[in-house]
Design a protein around this ligand. Structure first.
Ligand code: GLC
Length: 800
């Protein structure tokens, strides 16, 4: 109904193919590289719509397999390339459109679930390259990725073709690879040997990379400089231009995986070749792995297994609403992005290089929220991993490297005289554990023991208590949590060593955490503690209402001198979005204040592309807030449309029962609804972290797609708050806040082993719910837990 385009998500550059569940990119010249991820959070990497991208094994900093030249011109290089050369005419091209940019006669890239397929036609040759990582056990000794090349002669006469692969290997420590060139390049070497495989390694580490294929190569090149030739680049490498490989090892310098294969294709004939690239400490395994994928049936079966794994993940929840874009996001791209953020946090993307940040404790804590209904074990493991980053005083490291376990304070390290902790990190864990328990009822989790960074192990429950204690031990003059280096907003740096600056928003987050804990304690019969957490909520909410209401909306913070930030009349940051939405989410505001705060935010911050984070933006460095004021007006946290923060306004609007407003906020940041790719620029199928705000000349431009808390939180906002399907300890709650114009929706939701078939019909203008469960009327809005073993429950919901 809402859909006015022929195909969902259709822009000048592509569309979403609902039947195939693939975003189809129809032109190679997208405004930015439009990316996909391959792999299951271990071995894998990034693939762009022109074959650009790179690979790594579990850790993009410490086990980088191939290189990527970030921030380069041309953008997006190098990648997993194949060159094709017509052996009669000498003409050559790239079937993935890069790096040899010929005018392909046909081109199409299909991004699916952890696989990408790029197909093209040039001078009568149809080519398709498919990239993916086969599933494997967690301890797979030689994890690998596959590139399957298919060629077909669509022309009238026979053709003689020669193919050349190109993968550019990194030194495994990607930081050294960039910064210590003489050293790294005197260390890495490669050669061709057994089974037609190129092996890349060093003398001092057991790790090696390999590049093989399903057919014995006709030649090979191991050295990048020799492959490219002097005065040339990847668009016209000498080896491809002449058609003659070096057939020599690379004793030093830059190693590449370039294998040569010859094809004679009769008219209509099709041939297939599979490249196998991977990393291993067990060189004896390489032959087995390459051999396995020399069988086309194995490749096909491995692809099927990847697709089935994702299909099973996606099948836990599906919905049919009147909005086709919403359906495509909720049934496919949003959960795909949620799983990807669970895998990679903010570590490695088209914007995050995989060198610096590692996984964020706050980020990954929030990422679990979008996946715990579908992969609860994985979400639980992630939470446990993050608890190991907690100190005995209750705060956590801000970030960590998943493979080495090295933790750190992130950006705070640059300012050692400022607090080295963040006021929100540990509280996200509390909120996430409560969400996990509501979803799974896995209360044993609270008894699992986990070590601290600086102390022996204790139960998860004790970790939670220490998290609460940390906040309580660090209150400022108004009784609010001290801000630390920052709160959720990394760039709001208000404590410059005074120890007195406070975060109003963290106080609201603390309120939410206390409510969640009180509810949990009631459920597990820890009534005294339930009472304590309930009182902590009340006293913190009182402190906020006493000192942080400026007459029209909630303040955002207090600086070193106790002066407020986010107050009416201020020249900059007079109002901050998240202090308004969280006054509702933390159940801090009275109904009158909630109305006023939400209206103030709407009036001052809303735009057609979403809600700006602050208004007015800073225009030059401001010593009170530092980071945020370093951006130009309208960028990122400085008055940009921070999509992650928009999701909380959706939740708050839905909590207030305002279905129209919640949906309007949802829809205005929905990437598939953005048809203006030349303005938006980023991938239209996944959320971006930020969109330039109204104060910016590039208003509407999106940046930092894929790895953002927007993924998990829009998923929660849409499924649990707009559609209203929320796990509770007592059963599945169905309390929709949908637009008045929607006649209803249907949904399939798996919850604790039972499938709920939900049919919501609007029978009146309001949100009052009448439930009929398996034919019988039920009081309230919670579908009671069915007897163990029940496979399906059918729920009919009337909205009145
Ligand atoms: C980035 C960071 C995240 C932070 C947000 C707001 O997305 O990864 O940790 O909360 O910015 O500053």
């Amino acid at each position: 109904m809402i859909q006015d385009r022929a195909r969902v998500g259709e822009t000048e550059y592509g569309y979403f193919d609902e039947a195939a569940r693939e975003y189809v990119i129809t032109r190679p010249d997208t405004p930015t590289p439009w990316l996909n991820y391959i792999g299951e959070g271990r071995y894998g990497g990034i693939v762009s719509n022109t074959g650009g991208g790179f690979s790594f094994d579990r850790d993009p900093r410490n086990r980088r397999v191939t290189r990527y030249r970030y921030n380069s011109v041309p953008v997006d290089q190098p990648g997993r390339y194949v060159y094709l050369r017509d052996q009669e005419t000498g003409e050559y091209w790239s079937p993935t459109a890069a790096p040899v940019r010929r005018d392909l006669e046909a081109y199409e890239c299909r991004h699916g679930t952890a696989y990408t397929r790029i197909a093209s036609r040039y001078r009568g040759i149809e080519a398709e390259v498919l990239y993916f990582v086969p599933l494997g056990p967690a301890d797979e000794p030689a994890p690998c990725e596959l590139w399957r090349l298919r060629l077909r002669n669509a022309g009238p006469g026979p053709r003689r073709l020669r193919s050349f692969s190109y993968a550019e290997f990194s030194f495994p420590d990607a930081f050294n690879d960039l910064t210590n060139l003489d050293w790294a390049q005197h260390i890495v070497f490669s050669s061709y040997g057994d089974g037609g495989v190129i092996r890349v390694g060093t003398k001092f580490k057991p790790l090696s990379f390999f590049f093989g294929s399903s057919q014995t190569p006709a030649g090979y090149t191991c050295d990048r400089e020799e492959f490219v030739g002097r005065g040339r680049d990847l668009a016209n490498p000498i080896v491809v231009e002449t058609g003659v490989p070096t057939n020599a090892p690379s004793p030093r310098g830059n190693s590449v995986g370039s294998l040569v294969h010859d094809f004679v294709l009769e008219p209509g004939e099709q041939r297939e070749l599979v490249y196998v690239m991977g990393a291993t400490e067990a060189p004896g395994e390489i032959g087995r792995v390459v051999g396995r994928f020399s069988d086309p049936a194995e490749v096909e079966a491995a692809l099927r297994a990847v697709r089935e794994d994702w299909a099973a993940y996606l099948a836990r929840f599906s919905v049919e609403t009147p909005d086709a874009d919403t359906n495509a996001m909720l049934n496919f791209w949003n959960p795909v992005q949620c799983r990807t953020t669970l895998y990679w946090s903010r570590f490695v993307s088209g914007y995050e290089t995989g060198l610096g940040r590692g996984m964020g404790t706050r980020d990954s804590g929030q990422d679990t929220l979008g996946t715990m209904h579908a992969v609860p074990d994985r979400a639980r493991r992630m939470l446990t991993r993050i608890w190991t980053m907690q100190f005995a005083d209750g705060h956590t490291w801000h970030q960590f490297f998943p493979l080495t376990g090295e933790g750190g304070p992130g950006l705070a390290a640059e300012y050692p005289e400022w607090p080295q902790w963040f006021s929100d990190d540990h509280l996200w864990l509390v909120i996430a554990v409560c969400a996990y328990l509501r979803e799974t009822a896995d209360f044993d989790y609270l008894e699992e023991t986990v070590p601290y960074v600086d102390r022996a192990e204790e139960t998860v429950w004790r970790h939670i208590l220490r998290a609460v204690d940390f906040s309580l031990a660090n209150l400022g003059p108004h009784g609010l949590p001290r801000s630390g280096f920052s709160d959720w907003n990394d760039t709001l740096n208000v404590d410059h060593g005074s120890g007195r600056a406070e975060s109003v928003w963290t106080a609201m987050q603390f309120c939410r955490a206390m409510l969640d804990l009180a509810e949990l304690c009631t459920r597990i019969d820890r009534l005294e503690e339930a009472g304590r957490f309930g009182s902590l909520h009340v006293s913190m909410a009182e402190a906020i209402n006493r000192s942080c209401w400026d007459g029209g909306w909630y303040l955002r913070a207090f600086d070193d001198d106790g002066l407020p930030i986010g107050v009416a009349g201020a020249e900059h940051q007079a109002i901050d979005l998240i202090a308004q939405s969280w006054s509702v989410i933390g159940e801090v505001a009275t109904p009158e204040r909630a109305d006023a705060a939400m209206a103030a935010a709407h009036d001052r911050l809303n735009t057609r592309f979403g809600l700006a984070l602050i208004w007015p933006a800073y225009d030059g460095g401001d010593d009170r807030v530092r980071g945020i004021s370093t951006f130009v007006p309208g960028a990122k946290e400085n008055g940009g449309i921070f999509c992650h923060a928009n999701t909380w306004s959706i939740v708050a609007a839905a909590m207030l029962g305002r279905g129209d407003q919640a949906y309007a906020y949802y829809r205005q940041i929905l990437p598939l609804a953005r048809t203006d790719s030349d303005v938006y620029k980023a991938e239209p199928y996944v959320y971006a972290q930020n969109v330039c705000g109204p104060a910016h000349p590039s208003f509407g431009l999106a940046r930092n797609a894929w790895l953002t808390g927007t993924a998990a939180w829009t998923y929660v906002a849409a499924t649990q708050w707009i559609l209203g399907i929320r796990p509770t300890y007592e059963g599945l709650r169905i309390a929709p806040a949908i637009p008045a114009s929607w006649p209803g929706f249907t949904a399939h939701r798996e919850f604790r082993g039972t499938a709920y078939e939900i049919d919501v019909r609007r029978e009146g203008p309001g949100n009052a719910v009448a439930l009929v469960v398996d034919g019988a009327a039920v009081e309230g809005d919670v579908v009671p837990l069915p007897p163990a073993g029940t496979s399906t429950v059918s729920v009919r919901v009337s909205l009145r």
